[in-house]
Design a protein around this ligand. Sequence first.
Ligand code: IDP
Ligand code: MG
Length: 154
Amino acid sequence: MERTLIILKPDAVQRGLMGTILTRFESKGLKVAAARFTKLDESLLSQHYAEHKERPFYAGLVRFMGESPVLLLVLEGVEAITVCRKMMGKTFGRDAEPGTIRGDFGVSRSYNLIHGSDSPEAAQREIKLFFNAEDIVEWQPAGHTWVYDSEDLQ
Ligand code: IDP
Ligand code: MG
């Protein structure tokens, strides 16, 4: 099992798309391991987006992400990082394939609805940045045994 950090960004929250997006992950079989609705401050955002500090879009990105609340999620599943990135689609809504979250719901470069960790190292770092260890809930969804075959879990 793998965990990934997902952020439903301010545009997803303001456009009333939280439920729609979360439903896609739930329907796919991903399990919510932690969730928090909050407004992110500049210090957290500068740590989260440290790799983009020198990019021309950085200032606008931090402003946008702190402007309004976000929904922070830890999702869990087999190969959850790759599965979620595929479901999100390419970074810019205009390039993202139909059927993906960004492809179906957005047309913007900056307002692209969702963040998802892009590697196991990033996931570990990002989950630690936004959640305490005790915020991660260990639980077994009732339908779990019908989501994965025993072979998937080896
Ligand atoms: P990702 O979210 O698909 O991993 P990254 O390249 O890591 O994409 O960029 C982080 C975020 O920065 C994007 O999700 C998007 O919100 C924003 N961003 C990236 N490139 C641009 C750009 O060229 N213009 C405006 N915003 C951008
Ligand atoms: Mg990225």
